[in-house]
Design a protein around this ligand. Sequence first.
Ligand code: NAD
Length: 329
Amino acid sequence: MKILITGGSGFIGSNFIRFLLEDSGEENLEICNFDKLTYAGQGKNIGHMGLSHDPRYTFIRGDVSIREQVEHALDLFDPSVIVNFAAESHVDRSISNSMDFVTSNVSGTVNLLDVSIGKLEKFVQISTDEVYGSRKEGSFNEDDLLNPSSPYSASKAAAEQFAVAYHKTHSAPVIITRSSNNYGPFQLPEKLIPLFITNLIDGKKVPLMWSEDNPGLNVRDWIHVEDNCRAIWHILNHGKVGEVYNIPGNSELNNLEITRAILYYFGKGDEMIEHIPHRKGHDFRYSISGDKLADLGFKVDPGSFYKRLDETCKWYEENQSWWRPLKGK
Ligand code: NAD
């Protein structure tokens, strides 16, 4: 299997490459990581994992939003599968600069779909539970309407719609995954969990979005990145072309609960919380059903969320050479 992984230098993409090379059990594997190395791709993750010299791995630096660069990569590598992780991924950045999200997330996806027409067995589009928007109770299933709130989630929803359209129009072998919030090693310290962990390692307070009527109560469903990678691999191998699959973590917590768990690991209390205003359009709760994925034979078993959160804190303590150059970028 020849897999072109876009965004393979980022958080989930690099964990996915490590999973494929070390844990998937797939013997006939060639992987090409196609990544622009934006600020989010500069952690040298594959090198830090000790995998840069694996003969099954190659890297091409390129931008999914530039057609010639995508054509070049496909000519050179000739993949049978594309897994498209490449994206601008930080909601706060999408509020201050939406256009980068349109370029990488929407135009980039359209380029990949267009250049690969007739050439692939599978095209896996990595999307997010954020495309559904917020709901107070219950969970979204794959047939629910998309109702994104942020420019980030709007760009991901638009990318999905193009993927569906290319499936209908050009028979592109598209499968879409929508996972919940990932956590684990190699996540950039701009995202909530690693931001809070790295701040506390440095003795700094943690900024929690807060108001009198909503004191840190926004709910997210957390999935360990390794579980997401396993689920994506299962869907790639067993999922039906043209379908969408939710990947829930089955670990819903509000932000105050997460914050207190991280503070507890470092032996600190609420005195280390700094209240900051909610972001504009802050979705209250994301929740997705995993029934369709279960029917496909895969269920995420989160194990002990708090144990894995502690392991994540420990990883950041032990890998400061990885995150320090990235902090504040
Ligand atoms: P990330 O920001 O850590 O990594 C993104 C990677 O994409 C980086 O290596 C970056 O250099 C690369 N990239 C960005 N623009 C590019 C372009 N134009 N051309 C080529 N490469 C480009 O993101 P992540 O958290 O690993 O997320 C990966 C994917 O998973 C994204 O599509 C995101 O929407 C989706 N997702 C993430 C989460 C999460 O919790 N992190 C949850 C659900 C879905």
